[in-house]
Design a binder for this molecule. Structure first.
Ligand code: ADP
Ligand code: MG
Length: 652
C-alpha cells in the first residue's frame, strides 16, 4: 500500500556526461547527483544557465538515460529500460510542462490536450469530456477550437498544463514554465501549479528564477552539474495522495490505426499544397494504368465480341495460301461449291456455308440503296446463329434451282420499304435482276468495330454467282462444328480433304477458337506490359512519397519529440508516419482511379473507342498505390520512431 512520503524520484550517484570519458572536452552535465523527492512535495530545482537543470529533468522524466548511477522512478530502476518501457513509465508518471509550451501546431487546443490520453489508449468520448473539463477549469473553455498560433503565450501554457494533466499523472515536471511569460501571466501559471499541488500532486519545477523558486517547499541548488545547497522554505506536507499508478496497456492495434489515420489527415491538411504535390506522382501513375487498361480491355472485348458474335465454333476456309502479301479472297479461284458439299459430309461438321459477296444497288419502286449483297448457303442462319424474323430463309431447293429470292437485313428493309409495308412477296431489283423478298432477318445490331451487320441482303450463292457476280468460285467457306473440343481435328480433316481434292494447298483455314486464344494471348502480353509500366510509375511515385516523408520527418522532429514526451511509444510514431504515407497514397489512388476513368470517358466520347470500365484494374491500381505508401513510408517512419526523445525535443 502507498505510504505517506513514498519516494517518487530517487537519484543516487547519478551522472550524465556528454562525450566520451576519455575526451578532454567531456561535459559533466550532471556529476554524481543524489536526491530523493517524495510524493506530494513541491520541489524547485534552481541554478544558472548551463548548470544541468534540463539534463536532470530529461533523466528524471525518462526522456534520457544516465551515464552512470541510478535513477529510480516510482521505485523502478530506469537505467536498463527499453525505449518503450521508458515511454510507458513516462506516460504513467509524468505530466510535462515546457518553457516553450511545445504544443503541436497542426492541431487545435483540445486535440493537443488529448494527445497523452490517445497514447494511453483512452476512449474518445472520455478523452473529449476530460479535455473539455480541463480546459474549462483552466479558463480556456472558449478557446478549445483555437490553434496554438491563435493563442497568447499564457493561453498556450494553460493548454500545455491541461495536456500535462490529461492522464492524471502523480508528478508534474515543469521546465521553466514561466520563462517565456510576462510576470503577471507567470504568476497565474504558478498559481495553477500551487492548486495542483494542493490537490495532492508532486510538483517538480525547474527554474533559474529566484522568485519562482521561493514558492516551492524545497529548493535544490545546482551548479556545474552538482547539488551544492538545499534549502527548505516550508515544511513539506507529506501525505498519502492516494495517487495510484494506472497501468495502461496502450492502444490495441485497431484503435491505434484509427487514431493514426485521424492524426495523419490532420497533419496532411496543414500542408495542403505539399500533400497535393506528393499525391501527384501516385495520381498520374494510377490514372495512367486505369486509363490504359480500360482502353486495352475495351479493345480486347470489342475484338473478342466480334469474333464470338460470329461464333467460336467456326472454321473459315479461304482460297489462296495464307502467305503475307499474297492476296486471297475474291480473285483467287480455287474453292468451289463441290468442295463445300464434300466438307459437309465430314464428321463433326454441322453446317457449311459457301459465300461470295459484292456491293450493289438494290431498287424497290423509286428507292435506290447501295448495300452488301451476300451470296450464302441455306445453312447460314444455323452456322451464324442468326434468326429470321419474318418470312423464311431460302432452302437447299432454292440453292439448286438458282432461285431469285432474297432475305433482307433490317437496315436494308428500312431503307427501301416504307414503314409498315409488308416486304414479303415483293420484288426488288438487284443489278436489274428481280429478286423476290422471302424473309427479313432479326436485327443483329452494329458490330463492335462500327460496321452495321444488318446492312445486308442475302441471296443463294448459286444465284449470285450466275446472275450477279459472274463467277463459278466462292470466296469463302464457313464451317460450323458440332463439338468445339474437336475443332482442331476437324480443321485438319478439312485440310486433308481439300488437299486431296485440289492436289495442292491453294487454300487456307482459320479456326475461330484459336483466333480467340491468339487475341487473348496478345492482350495478356499487353497487360503484362501495362503492368510493368504501372510498377515503374508507382515506383517513381513511391520514391517521391518517401522523399517528401523524409523531409516531413525532419521538419516535424520537434513534434515527434513532443509526442514521445507525452507518452508515444516507438510503435505509435512508426504507425503514425507510415499511415500518413499510406493515407496520402490511398487518396492519390482514389483520385487516380477517378482521373483514369474520366480520361477513358473522354477518349470514348471523342474518338468513339470502345472502353471497358471494370473494377479489377481500378482495385489493383488502388491497391498497389496503397502498398506503395506502406512500403515507401516505412523507412521515413522508422527514422522518426528511432529518434531520441531528448534530441527530438531540443530540435530547432
Ligand atoms: P540548463 O538547463 O541548466 O541550462 P543543461 O542541462 O541544458 O543546463 O546543460 C548542462 C550542460 O550540458 C551545459 O554545459 C550544456 O552545454 C551541456 N549540454 C546539454 N546538452 C548537451 C548535448 N546534447 N551535448 C553536449 N552538451 C550538452
Ligand atoms: Mg535548460
Amino acid at each position: 500500500m502507498a505510504s505517506p512520503g513514498r519516494a517518487v524520484v530517487e537519484l543516487s550517484g547519478l551522472s550524465r556526461f556528454y562525450g566520451e570519458e576519455s575526451d578532454a572536452d567531456i561535459v559533466r552535465a550532471l556529476d554524481h547527483v543524489s536526491l530523493t523527492i517524495r510524493e506530494g512535495e513541491f520541489v524547485a530545482i534552481m541554478g544558472p544557465s548551463g548548470s544541468g537543470k534540463s539534463t536532470m529533468m530529461n533523466v528524471v522524466g525518462c526522456l534520457d538515460r544516465p551515464t552512470a548511477g541510478s535513477c529510480r522512478i516510482m521505485g523502478r530502476e530506469t537505467r536498463n529500460m527499453l525505449p518503450d518501457e521508458l515511454a510507458a513509465l513516462r506516460r504513467e508518471t509524468f505530466g510535462f510542462i515546457f518553457q516553450r509550451y511545445n504544443l503541436i501546431a497542426s492541431v487545435n487546443a483540445q486535440a493537443n490536450v488529448e494527445i497523452p490520453a490517445i497514447y494511453a489508449g483512452i476512449d474518445k468520448d472520455i478523452r473529449d469530456q476530460r479535455s473539455e473539463d480541463l480546459l474549462g477549469q483552466l479558463g480556456m473553455g472558449d478557446r478549445k477550437r483555437h490553434y496554438p498560433s491563435q493563442l497568447s503565450g499564457g493561453q498556450q501554457q494553460r493548454v500545455a498544463i491541461a495536456r500535462a494533466l490529461m492522464n492524471d499523472p502523480p508528478v508534474i515536471l515543469a521546465d521553466e514554465p514561466t520563462g517565456a511569460l510576462d510576470s503577471r501571466t507567470g504568476d497565474d501559471v504558478m498559481e495553477l501549479l500551487h492548486n495542483l499541488h494542493g490537490e495532492g500532486r508532486t510538483i517538480i519545477i525547474i527554474t533559474h528564477n529566484e522568485d519562482v523558486a521561493l514558492q516551492a517547499e524545497r529548493v535544490i541548488h545546482l551548479h556545474d552539474g552538482k547539488i551544492f545547497k538545499e534549502t527548505i522554505q516550508s515544511e513539506a506536507k507529506l501525505r498519502d495522495t492516494g495517487a495510484k499508478i494506472k497501468r495502461d496497456h496502450g492502444m490495441n492495434i485497431a484503435t491505434a490505426i484509427g487514431e493514426a489515420v485521424t492524426m495523419a489527415i490532420q497533419s496532411l491538411r496543414v500542408n495542403l499544397f505539399r500533400t497535393a504535390l506528393t499525391l501527384l506522382g501516385i495520381v498520374i501513375g494510377v490514372a495512367s494504368v486505369v486509363a490504359m487498361l480500360a482502353i486495352g480491355d475495351g479493345a480486347r472485348q470489342s475484338i473478342l465480341g466480334r469474333i464470338t458474335s460470329m461464333g467460336t465454333n467456326l472454321i473459315t476456309v479461304r482460297p489462296g495460301m495464307d502467305i503475307p502479301g499474297q492476296r486471297g479472297g475474291q480473285d483467287v479461284t480455287s474453292l468451289t461449291l463441290e468442295d463445300s458439299d464434300a466438307i459437309a459430309k465430314l464428321s463433326n461438321v454441322e453446317a457449311v456455308v459457301p459465300q461470295r459477296s459484292g456491293r450493289y444497288t438494290i431498287r424497290y419502286g423509286n428507292q435506290d440503296y447501295q448495300t452488301q449483297v451476300q451470296g450464302v448457303g441455306p445453312d447460314f442462319p444455323k452456322a451464324r446463329d442468326w434468326t429470321v424474323e419474318k418470312g423464311s430463309f431460302f432452302g437447299a431447293q432454292d440453292m439448286r434451282g438458282y432461285a431469285s429470292v432474297a432475305v433482307l437485313g433490317k437496315t436494308v428493309l428500312e431503307a427501301v420499304f416504307s414503314e409498315g409495308e409488308n416486304p414479303i412477296g415483293k420484288y426488288v431489283l438487284i443489278k436489274n435482276v428481280p429478286f423476290e423478298v422471302i424473309g427479313v432477318m432479326k436485327e443483329q445490331g452494329g458490330s463492335a468495330m462500327g460496321s452495321d451487320q444488318d446492312d445486308v441482303v442475302m441471296i443463294p450463292v448459286t444465284t449470285g454467282n450466275m446472275r450477279l457476280f459472274g463467277q463459278n468460285y466462292i470466296s469463302s467457306l464457313t464451317v460450323k462444328v458440332s463439338n468445339l473440343a474437336q475443332i482442331n481435328d476437324t480443321e485438319q480433316d478439312i485440310k486433308d480433304l481439300l488437299l486431296e481434292r485440289h492436289g495442292l494447298e491453294d487454300f487456307s483455314t482459320r479456326n475461330m477458337a484459336s483466333l480467340v486464344e491468339m487475341v487473348t494471348d496478345t492482350t495478356n502480353t499487353l497487360k503484362l506490359f501495362l503492368g510493368a509500366v504501372a510498377i515503374i510509375s508507382l515506383l517513381v511515385g513511391g520514391i517521391g512519397v518517401m522523399n517528401i516523408m523524409l523531409v516531413s520527418v525532419t521538419e516535424r522532429t520537434r513534434e515527434i519529440g513532443i509526442r514521445m514526451a507525452t507518452g508515444a511509444r516507438r510503435r505509435d510514431i512508426l504507425l503514425q508516419f507510415n499511415i500518413e504515407s499510406a493515407v496520402v497514397c490511398a487518396i492519390g489512388g482514389i483520385i487516380g482511379v477517378l482521373l483514369g476513368w474520366s480520361v477513358g470517358w473522354l477518349i470514348k466520347g471523342l474518338g468513339g473507342m470502345p472502353i471497358a470500365f471494370t473494377a479489377g484494374p481500378a482495385l489493383m491500381a488502388f491497391g498497389s498505390a496503397f502498398l506503395t505508401g506502406i512500403i515507401f513510408g516505412y523507412m521515413p517512419a522508422r527514422k522518426a520512431a528511432r529518434l531520441d526523445p531528448v534530441v527530438a525535443l531540443a530540435w530547432e
